[in-house]
Design a binder for this molecule. Structure first.
Ligand code: DGJ
Length: 750
């Protein structure tokens, strides 16, 4: 690590007063070329196609933002000094790298500290900085990781001389991913207690330009719908106050120019690595500067820091792309596949599974489960998952009003326990393969039903606020995972299940938001507890394939992905709805992380009937493909189609898991949504092309491919051999029959 302090910097720079004019030639970096250039007056982080720059303002000691966008080389022009007539002084007119409260910046601050005396003013000035290769882990929080070749880190130490509060801004750059991540450490170095009332992990101050903002909004069974709107003067944004990242809004934001499209123009993507309540604010100032902040939800923070204590914010990823929204997504996907998901399964082929939920619901016992497992094996599935309804002895889980918390098999349904059943299921062979069926199980360990042994024993383990009623949702209450004894209980209960039988997959559900909390800071304390639970269990059972779930995609966030390589994308299994949900989710998250299943028709959520081939094609665009139905209840034709769809999904899976995704045509804009996955080395690709409504007496459109090598020749299944240039500039035309028809086409570079 190389350190540098303010005095030394000023001496080195000859006390230059216009720091934004300085081109700093000092490279602190040996592994990556010029990844970080910093001398204590100006700071640059360089990716292959991105530069991020800021400097120290000489008169205030504040950090001022200079640039976040395409690569810069050489000196940069100084920003014009703004006019400061009227109420608003300089602080309110300039781009600030870490805006604090008071001192004349009337915009949303990145930090608000209630000092010991009660003031909410702070004055965090540059003090020193250090640079290192690699990236330190964040204590107790999920974060991106990489070795010394992948990533370099700059830590800028700020200090408030009036209150003895220190803040470290920790920036890491992943040059190959054009990604810069930031988190903030706030330390109380004084003698009295302070309260952190708001803290954004990332705040970027962009120059005067017009922007659109894109977010993912939704609800239960309608997650991740892309919402694009113009950034207007004033503050706009979205948040989750549910205690979790939620179905309602995702902790992801993109800023784009009004002219940016999927494939062209500048796009910035921001993604908060956090599973709790969050806030995203985008403020266009009176001067036209756009500030975006992502971090804790201030409504659920109020974090007390005693003398010597530290609060670390979650990490926020920022990506820049000049190749449109699609380019931004692909960089984010690569970063997350390689530098976020810790599981050994992050990039490995996923077993085709059959999950019992939509087929059997709560009506399960050892014989119905075994029969369903047998049918799964006969169809060629490699993993069978027993969903909700298997546990609870004194308060059996036969419907959703009892049993959560009592993680023992229901003795009426499983009189011999789970082990013999798991042994029988795991000795079944998947059809046409030598693979034995694997066994997976559903749990929801953060929750408790009042009708449970656990609740009767530990009523105080649930989140509640003194005398206020404990609001039940789905007849359940939330355990206070901030308590160490609750964390230990969950770790023991889940370990017990996994130690006692050959269960190699866990679906970890979470089916309600948090209501009454004894104090706002419990939300973050809960998250720290939950991450301890996830970290302990996933390190203890590294061979288990873990899947996150929260009534579908209620916790589809990068915090969960650190521990679980896949997440059940939505409880809506209708294939038409799923195209929007999966393509929306893919704005921020790699397709490798998405669970997607073929279910029965009419669909349980929408009542829509869609052909099985279309359902299969949509589901195989998710990294974890499966079935969620009772084969015995299918029509003959549907059942006959499943083995073929399973082997097609297995063929497609490596491209979906490890390839680059191009959203060629969007469901909200076209009757013919289309997606192309190209292998990392560019040698293979697969095209998914869908027709939602029948096309009557009208020409079929041509779909232009992207991401190919224009010089190379590609053989296109069923069409012939064409150059990349032809496929990208002219495209391919498909004439499909009827509503909900689809095709999957492989391409191979010659
Ligand atoms: C909600 C999940 O999203 C479903 O897939 C299913 O596991 C149910 N919970 C079970 O209660």
């Amino acid at each position: 690590m190389v350190g540098f302090s303010r005095g030394a910097a000023a001496a080195a720079a000859g006390l230059l007063s216009i720091y934004s004019n300085i081109q700093v030639g000092m490279t602190q970096d040996s592994g990556n070329t010029n990844a970080i250039v910093a001398d204590g007056t100006a700071f640059t982080l360089n990716g292959d196609n991105v530069s991020y720059r800021f400097h120290v303002d000489n008169s205030t000691g504040d950090l001022r933002s200079d640039h976040f966008g395409g690569s810069l080389t050489g000196p940069i022009p100084a920003a014009a000094e703004p006019e400061t007539q009227g109420w608003v002084g300089l602080q309110g007119r300039v781009r600030r790298e870490f805006p604090d409260q008071g001192r004349g910046d009337f915009r949303v601050p990145a930090i608000r500290i209630r000092q010991t005396e009660g003031y909410t003013v702070s004055d965090l000035q540059y003090q020193s900085h250090s640079v290192m290769q690699g990236k330190p882990a964040l204590p107790g929080l999920p974060a991106t990781f990489g070795n010394e070749q992948d990533v370099s880190t700059l830590i800028v130490h700020l200090y408030d001389n009036y209150s003895a509060v220190a803040a470290d801004l920790m920036y890491s750059v992943f040059p190959k991913n054009d990604a810069i991540v930031r988190s903030v450490n706030v330390m109380n170095k004084g003698d009295g207690a302070i309260t952190i009332e708001s803290l954004a992990s990332l705040s970027v101050d962009m120059p005067y330009e017009d922007f659109d903002m894109i977010g993912l909004r939704g609800d239960w069974a309608r997650e991740a719908h892309r919402q694009r709107r113009k950034v207007e003067y004033g503050v706009q944004g979205f948040e989750s106050t549910t205690g979790y990242s939620s179905h309602l809004h995702n902790p992801f934001l993109s800023l784009v120019h009004p002219t940016t499209t999927e494939s062209q123009g500048e796009a910035w993507g921001f993604s908060l690595i956090y599973t709790g309540s969050f806030r995203v604010d985008v403020e266009k100032s009176s001067q036209g500067l756009t500030r975006a902040l992502l971090g804790f939800n201030p409504n659920q923070l109020s974090w007390k820091l005693g003398p010597g204590e530290t609060l670390t914010s979650p990490e926020c990823v920022s990506i820049y792309s000049k190749d449109g929204i699609g380019g931004m997504s692909r960089s984010m996907h690569r970063l997350y596949r390689n530098h976020l998901v810790k599981s050994k399964f992050a990039k490995s082929d996923r077993p085709v599974l059959l999950n019992s939920w939509e087929g059997l619901s709560f009506n399960i016992n050892q014989s119905s489960i075994y029969r369903l497992a047998q049918e799964s094996a006969d169809l060629g599935a490699k993993l069978f998952v027993m969903d909700d309804g298997w546990f609870g002895d004194k308060y059996p889980r036969v419907t959703d009003n009892a049993g959560l918390g009592d993680w023992v098999p229901n003795p009426d349904r499983f009189p011999n326990g789970l082990e013999p059943l798991v042994d029988k299921v795991t000795s079944l062979k998947a059809a046409n393969s030598s693979t034995n069926l694997r066994f997976g199980i559903w749990v929801e360990p953060e929750m408790v039903n009042p009708s449970s042994v656990l609740y009767h024993k530990h009523p105080d383990w649930v989140l509640h606020a003194g005398p206020y009623p404990r609001t039940e949702e789905r007849n359940q209450l939330v355990l206070n995972v901030a308590l160490t004894e609750v964390q230990d209980f969950i770790i023991d209960a889940v370990s017990n299940i996994l130690n006692n039988s050959d269960i190699t997959y866990v679906k970890w559900d979470n089916n309600r938001g948090i209501h009454e909390t004894p104090s706002p800071s419990i939300d973050h304390a809960y998250m720290l507890g939950l991450y301890r639970v996830f970290e302990t269990l996933t390190s203890r059972f590294p061979n288990v394939l873990w899947e996150g779930c929260a009534s579908g995609g209620g916790r589809f966030d990068p915090g969960v992905l650190q521990y679980f390589p896949q997440i059940w994308t939505s409880d809506d299994t209708d294939a038409v709805e799923r195209i929007s949900i999966q393509l929306g989710t893919s704005l921020a998250y790699p397709p490798s992380a998405m669970g997607a299943h073929i279910s029965a028709v009419p669909n349980q959520q929408t009542g829509r009937t869609v052909p099985v081939t279309f359902r299969g094609h949509v589901a195989m665009m998710g990294g974890s493909f499966g079935l969620e139905l009772h084969p015995a209840e299918l029509h003959e034709g549907e059942k006959a189609a499943l083995p073929g769809l399973i082997s097609l999904a297995e063929k497609v899976n490596p491209l979906v898991l490890r390839g680059d995704m191009y959203r060629l045509s969007l469901p909200e804009e076209s009757n013919w949504p289309a997606v192309l996955f190209i292998s990392e080395d560019g040698s293979n690709a697969v095209l998914f092309y869908f027709q939602i409504r029948a096309n009557i007496n009208h020409a079929a459109p041509w779909i232009k491919l992207q991401g190919l090598d224009k010089q190379a020749m590609y053989s296109v299944q069923g069409k012939g051999t064409f150059s990349g240039a032809t496929l990208m500039n002219m495209g391919l035309q498909f004439v499909l029959e009827g509503d909900y028809s689809s095709t999957v086409v492989f391409l191979e570079r010659q």
